[in-house]
Design a protein around this ligand. Structure first.
Ligand SMILES: [Zn+2]
Length: 109
């Protein structure tokens, strides 16, 4: 999850109760999401595959985004129940958003 947070410009370093965290936004609804400095989800943040794994989507960081648990569940439902062309629309929208938010990784490892 940390690689996704680092490459998403909506996520910024912050401090919560004295702990270093990242605060950013759900790829779908822009809900505020908090991820610990070590990449653990604090609350609702979940890892979302933009192209679903069932459609050949990979674990590459460019195919991953942070979504709130509610949106992730709802997108899963849409995938199950709507026609394939609608899924393609959802994927295209998410890919455009992910690209718009893209932040190159810092050189340090
Ligand atoms: Zn959401």
């Amino acid at each position: 999850m940390l690689d996704v947070v680092r490459t998403d410009t909506t996520f910024e370093p912050s401090v919560l109760d004295g702990a270093k965290v990242w605060v950013g936004k759900c790829i779908h609804c822009n809900a505020k999401l908090v991820v610990a400095a070590d990449g653990r989800s604090l609350g609702e943040a979940t890892l979302e595959h933009i192209v679903p794994q069932t459609r050949g989507g990979t674990d590459d960081v460019t195919n991953l985004a942070i979504a709130c648990a509610r949106c992730n569940r709802e997108k899963g439902k849409r995938h199950d129940h709507k026609r394939g062309e609608r899924l393609d629309d959802v994927v295209a929208t998410l890919q455009a958003r992910r690209t718009a938010r893209w932040r190159p990784k810092p050189d340090r490892s």
